[in-house]
Design a protein around this ligand. Structure first.
Ligand code: FBP
Length: 697
């Protein structure tokens, strides 16, 4: 019955306490909107200026020099107070401006605060200045879809997650036509500046736009965004200029909370391995932070896997006077074996459960898969270049695509050199869904879309197969508590000390593991008959049967994907403060006429009082990378450094966190993201550790 038919219910709905309970506005929301992030001292000044930082230099790619001549010579700029500015400086600094801003790529918590910071600074300098938000990402620039961002709109989004204020998109401004349309839009709106908030690809866009609009007098400023944390900048000497893109902390913390909850759950019902795929298209920064936050039993780090060297193979090749390139980098089969070793060692300790974290991009670091991806990218690109039709339109089904690859294998020319029988065999051995994944369309930037591939499924299928093999050969067994074993037998008036040494390989231990030769119920019975503990064809005592059943491990998994959920989380206090200051920094760069720079905060890894707003030139950071089968000039992604403190800590504590011995697990509980309070950590653990003096080799 609706409230129309029942006036009493309408009266109930109208009660203030009911209205409050069902309102979209809750206290968390209003508290967040009201929160005022701290500001770097220099950014509170009425006038700021830029100071060139000659001490930082970059190794410049000749292609960047060629394609971005007007912005390649830009230097790092530090924002400092302009203490006694001349009138002309003041006029220029505070002139009325029209600034356009766009979000580009995946959402990242904190984006709204970049806009809020920029808006506050621009309005403080000149209340007549306007901030225009391009809708739906770069498409908004190309199509001239923009809105004037008013105080009301800004205030509604302060300190909140997502990019809902103006939405986002992944279009790349990569053709002259799109570039011309973008220029037209900036001209039509009368923009002084365009601000691009995005990751590596979007800042690449920003650099090309800055170059293209250099002579039109439109400034272009980038902002380092991405939960993946792979937009980090060091100079040629390794000095850190930008330790982390915004959004990383929030997403990694949100995922950590969920992973940590699984640690709690699995160690309570002790029957599942939770397989957690976590976002991070390429780099494993998020997985590394989750490992530090939760101490999950297993965390794969792609960069570590890529670093793997089979020393026996290297030695053998050395003896033969050759180099065995296959010794460098791990194979899928080997990786699944590493996982199985960890699983069986926990099972032997009585723990047939655990939590495993797999970065979504991990397969890119498996040599053979990386090769396949590059080869397939090239084949698709070659097809699209030589034919009028798109590869995916011409070969719509998996079967069509495989048939095309088969034909290439047989051919003598062109793509045949790329795709050989060995590739085809490796590819054909893969499950259908993975083949399909490898052949999916690349995104508009030419990136392989790992979030669409069931990485965890690929690995788990191999793990399950191998675990079965290990069980069949007596190497995968569930450890049992000796106290429990003894109690069970005594209850049935059997002497555990008679049975124990016959059944277990380690009867003197607290956790008992069946002997390797016992691989089935039959071999179990035979061992007892041989030791004359039971007679042939007699019924096995119930307790002895229970012991057998309990010692057979069942590998039961639950899979989870942590990606879009954490990406939509409301920003941590760190991300709120970081992004608000980025917004203020953007304004300062604009007010000082900068272009082709990315706003950043140096010393993020240190205390807030040491944060230093800067501008980093984008063009010198760019280099050639394979995209969609051809080399393109892009901003390089920063991968996990396997020599960093953060990684070394995880590497060192890997065994401890696997906890493959009797006793408690080592799980850490980061707790929920809190906005306030002393217990809220003030930066990612990765940054904290990497900011410390190195602990040595
Ligand atoms: P950005 O680099 O654009 O910030 O996006 C990061 C990311 O969240 C990755 O972690 C993930 O692989 C990808 O976006 C998912 O893309 P989509 O949102 O298009 O599904």
């Amino acid at each position: 019955m609706t409230s129309e038919e029942n006036p009493d219910f309408q009266a109930f709905l109208d009660r203030p306490e009911v209205q409050e309970a069902i309102s979209n506005i809750n206290s968390d929301l209003t508290d967040r909107r009201r929160y005022k992030p701290s500001q770097c001292e220099v950014l509170t000044q009425a006038y700021t200026m830029l100071q060139t930082q000659e001490q930082y230099s970059f190794d410049i790619d000749p292609e960047a020099e060629k394609l971005l001549p007007d912005i390649i010579d830009k230097r790092v700029q530090k924002i400092v107070e302009a203490s006694a500015p001349e009138k002309s400086f003041k006029d220029m600094h505070n002139k009325k401006r029209k600034i356009g801003i766009v979000f580009s790529g995946g959402p990242a918590p904190g984006g709204h605060n970049v806009i809020a910071g920029l808006y506050d600074a621009a309005k403080k300098a000149n209340p007549d200045s306007e901030i225009w938000g391009f809708l739906m990402g770069p498409d908004g620039i190309i199509e001239n879809e923009a809105i004037n961002l008013t105080k009301d709109i800004i205030d509604q989004h302060r300190n909140l997650g997502g990019f809902g204020m103006i939405k986002t998109g992944r279009t790349k401004i990569n053709t002259q036509q799109k570039m011309d349309l973008s220029k037209e839009t900036c001209k039509a709106l009368g923009l002084d500046t365009l601000v691009v908030v995005g990751g590596d690809d979007s800042n690449t866009n920003a650099a090309f736009l800055a170059q293209e609009m250099h002579n039109d007098g439109v400034q272009v400023i980038g902002v380092p965004k991405t939960i993946d944390g792979d937009v980090q900048v060091k100079d040629a000497k390794g000095k850190i200029l930008c330790a982390m893109s915004f959004g990383f902390h929030t997403a990694a913390r949100a995922f950590s909370e969920s992973v940590s909850n699984l640690c709690t759950d699995c160690s309570s019902d002790v029957k599942y391995w939770h397989i957690c795929k976590v976002m991070g298209r390429s780099a494993s920064h998020i997985a590394l932070e989750i490992a530090l936050q939760t101490h999950a039993n297993i965390t794969l780090i792609g960069e570590d896997i890529a670093d793997y060297t089979d020393l026996t193979q290297v030695e053998q090749a050395k003896k033969d006077g050759t180099i065995d390139f296959r010794a460098y980098g791990i194979t899928l089969r080997h990786l699944s074996r590493v996982l199985c070793d960890a699983i069986i060692s926990r099972a032997a300790a009585g723990k047939n459960y655990g939590v495993m974290v797999i970065p979504e991009g991990v397969l890119e670091f498996v040599n053979e898969i990386q090769m396949l991806i590059i080869k397939l990218n090239t084949i698709i690109a070659l097809h699209n270049r030589t034919h009028d039709d798109d590869f995916h339109t011409v070969f719509p089904t998996l079967e069509d695509k495989i048939e095309h690859l088969r034909r290439i294998t047989r051919r003598k020319a062109s793509a045949a050199g790329i795709w050989n029988q060995q590739d085809h065999d490796l590819f054909s051995d893969m499950p259908d869904f993975f083949q399909e994944g490898l052949l999916t369309e690349r995104d508009s930037h030419g990136n392989f879309q790992f979030s669409l591939v069931k990485t965890e499924k690929v690995l788990m299928e191999m793990v399950k197969d191998y675990l079965k093999e290990l069980a069949d050969t007596g190497k995968y067994k569930q450890g049992l508590s000796k106290a429990w074993f003894q109690k069970m037998l005594i209850r049935e008036n059997l002497n555990p000390d008679q049975f124990g040494p016959v059944l277990f390989k380690n009867y003197s231990n607290d956790i008992l593991v069946l002997k390797k030769a016992i691989i089935s119920k039959k071999t179990y019975e035979q061992a007892l008959i041989k030791a004359e503990l039971i007679e042939a064809n007699s019924i096995i005592p119930a307790s002895i049967e229970t012991v057998y059943n309990k010692s057979i491990p069942k590998f039961k998994t639950q899979t989870h994907f942590y990606g879009y959920d954490g990406r939509g989380n409301a920003p941590t206090r760190f991300d709120c403060i970081y992004t608000y200051n980025l917004g203020l920094t953007v304004f300062s760069l604009i007010a000082n006429g900068a272009t082709g720079l990315m706003a950043a905060i140096r010393n993020l890894e240190k205390e807030f009082s040491e944060w230093e707003p800067i501008g980093i030139p984008i063009a010198p950071l760019m280099s050639l990378e394979e995209r969609k089968g051809k080399l393109e000039l892009v901003l390089e992604k920063t991968l996990v450094d396997v020599n960093s403190n953060a990684f070394k800590v995880v590497e060192e504590l890997r065994e401890k966190w696997l906890a493959a011995q009797p006793g408690p697990d080592q799980y850490r509980k980061p707790g929920p993201i809190r906005f306030d309070g002393a217990s809220e950590e003030n930066r990612p653990l990765t940054l904290q550790l990497n900011g410390l003096e190195s602990g040595g080799e």
